[in-house]
Design a protein around this ligand. Structure first.
Ligand SMILES: [Zn+2]
Length: 610
């Protein structure tokens, strides 16, 4: 079934491209396919178990009148159930497992029962008898509602069933009746409701949801959110359409920006879109780690000042990179600029999948770029503990789950002329009158073979993203082999026949990357990259146990590849010339996202020069 993915702009939205329906894309293996399979087989069952043990589900049972007791956990405990429900809904869409549906319906039944007559639904606030919306800067009531709405949209799209959507619509109708011009002017401290309301508008056609989302975007940035922190923490210092950068809590900032991009698309607001382009450019130039990690400050889980990007104290919350992917996808659809798809790729292959173990059931909250020798695990979230099964504040694990579960929704798009492939995963894509098979061992190898299995009549354009790092890339068609330009889409227009092939060859020569000269923390260092993958030195791979912290890189030395099928499910290592305290030594780098799959141990991305 060609169900829509997480983002489905309306036909009248001002977007250059529309996403290919998630249900019209399949992923068949490859590293991300393996992660997606582990997500379904291990993470989602484990996640529900964790939500039961942490009593998030019990809160709903009590609120539904099916159990007794007091609410347990953080005020936003419901949101993690909602994110799990969203993940489960996408999984059910891909493959309809009755047991999974039973779990979805059990939780949906609890939400129906727990919901107040006027549509309000937040079990922790209800059970604790707190006054609704009295502390919206910290109560996360809109945040919980937003995640519920997103889950309901996913369930509606994948099943066509209304149970959860009915609950979500009652929540949204209640919000519309309560907030907006002439009503309660308060804003939630943690955005996500903006994205959610726009998507609910897209799903139902109810204009008041879009209007309320626009209201929340338009009224933010006026310093009205008080709650013990500087207004910048809540992205409430500068109006969204006047801001030139991102600031404050990184997850909040990118969720807000993604929601603003949705509002801009559905209202044709070119000024707002332009402001978001400026903010995104500032973020990736000044406030993003090489890994796609966002947020250089532990304090406030925040973006720091421009170029404040410490490696050993990187925060780079998994959720922030996920929000970055969501924002970048909306910007890609709105602008058709390849750089946004490059960013999605950087984030997915590095700062996102670093957030979860290969097995799929252990998580990093914080994605550091440097773990020092003898680092002390002094904090719930410290990377020095390695990945763990759950957190007291468990935002990241179910966020990882729903992202893997909806990954098909971020890979391809269409326009009136044809279709565009943004990410290269093995599998199939059906859109624009074409059915394609993509065969590739990317990102380990750079050859991507696209075969036309079915074609309609008339000319259609296939656009293929050529990443900005892929200088020297070639595209082979029936007419021959041509160089294609890095950082753009290579387009081929013709009347396709079944059996036609396109072969895109992206050179994956390992490269050394220099930091921005203003990033003091990385000055005098280089990083190793290969294709979309950022590499790191991890202690387990280094010869003679020379401490990672003592290794130096010789930038004049050659970079050599070594394929190791026996290591971590198959991995391409890169060997570089360098030195330790006692003389020359070979440095061995592995993809950053795989670090700490052999236990926590010293690691660094940026390597000092000899
Ligand atoms: Zn998180």
């Amino acid at each position: 079934m060609a169900y829509a993915g997480p983002v489905r702009p309306t036909e009248t939205a001002t977007v250059v491209w529309h996403p290919v329906a998630a249900g019209a894309v399949t992923i068949a293996g490859g590293p991300l396919g393996a992660r997606q399979a582990a997500n379904r087989a291990a993470a989602i069952p484990s996640g529900l178990k964790q939500l039961r043990e942490a009593k998030n589900v019990l809160n709903l049972e009590i609120a539904a009148g099916r159990a007794e007791g007091e609410a347990v956990g953080p005020i936003f405990a419901d949101s993690d159930v909602h994110k799990w429900l969203e993940a489960a809904a996408w999984e059910y869409g891909r493959s309809a497992d009755p047991a999974l549906l039973d779990d979805i319906l059990e939780l949906t039944g609890l939400l129906e029962k727990a919901q107040a007559d006027d549509g309000y639904l937040d079990s922790v606030v209800q059970l604790r008898g707190l006054e609704r919306y009295s502390e919206l800067e910290w109560s996360h009531e809109h945040y919980c509602a937003g995640h519920l709405i997103q889950a309901a949209v996913a369930y509606s799209r994948t099943t066509g069933r209304a149970e959860l959507l009915d609950v979500a619509r009652r929540v949204a109708d209640h919000l519309v009746a309560t907030f907006g011009p002439g009503r309660n002017p308060s804003l939630d401290g943690h955005p996500v409701i903006e994205m959610a309301l726009v998507e609910l508008y897209r799903e139902t056609g109810e204009r008041s949801y879009l209007d309320l989302a626009k209201h929340f975007v338009d009224t933010r940035g006026r310093g009205t959110i008080t709650g013990g922190r500087d207004v910048g923490y809540y992205s409430d210092r500068v109006p969204v359409r006047e801001a030139t950068t991102v600031e404050g809590h990184s997850v909040r900032a990118v969720y807000l920006a993604a929601g603003a991009a949705d509002v801009a698309a559905e209202t044709g607001d070119a000024e707002l879109l332009a402001a978001l382009e400026t903010q995104f450019a500032s973020m990736i130039t000044e406030k993003e780690y090489l890994t796609g990690g966002l947020g250089g400050r532990w304090e406030g889980e925040a973006f720091g000042d421009p170029f404040e990007l410490p490696n050993d104290r990187a925060y780079a919350e998994t959720c922030a990179t996920i929000g970055g992917i969501q924002w970048a996808w909306r910007m890609l659809l709105a602008t058709g600029k390849a750089g946004y798809a490059d960013q999605i790729e950087r984030m997915i292959y590095n700062g996102f999948i670093s957030g979860v173990s290969q097995a799929g059931t252990e998580y990093f909250y914080v994605n550091t770029l440097h773990l020092r020798d003898r680092s002390v695990p002094d904090h719930d979230r410290t990377p020095a503990r390695g990945r763990v099964g759950w957190f007291a504040c468990a935002c990241c694990p179910p966020n990882v789950m729903r992202t893997f579960s909806s990954l098909e929704g971020y890979l391809a798009s269409t326009d009136a002329d044809g279709l565009q492939l943004h990410q290269y995963l093995p599998g199939t894509v059906e859109a624009g009158g074409l059915k394609l098979t993509v065969a590739t061992d990317y990102p380990w190898q750079g050859k991507i073979t696209i075969t036309v299995d079915q074609a309609g009549s008339g000319e259609t354009t296939i656009g293929l993203r050529v990443p900005a790092w892929a200088e020297g890339a070639t595209l082979t068609t029936a007419a021959g082999t041509d160089q294609v330009t890095a950082g753009e889409y290579a387009s081929v227009r013709r009347t396709w026949q079944a059996g036609d092939q396109l072969v895109l060859d992206l050179p994956l020569t390992p490269r050394l990357t220099a930091p921005h000269p203003r990033v003091d923390a990385s000055r005098g260092c280089l990083a190793i990259e290969r294709g979309p993958l950022v590499y790191a030195l991890e202690q387990a791979d280094q010869a003679e146990s020379v401490a990672v912290d003592d290794l130096r890189l010789d930038p004049a030395g050659a970079l050599a590849e070594e394929r190791r099928e026996d290591l971590l499910g198959g991995v391409t290592l890169i060997k570089a010339a360098g030195s330790g305290p006692d003389g020359p030594v070979e440095l061995v780098a592995l993809p950053y996202h795989l670090w700490a799959n052999r236990g926590p141990q010293p690691m660094r991305v940026w390597i000092p020069l000899r």
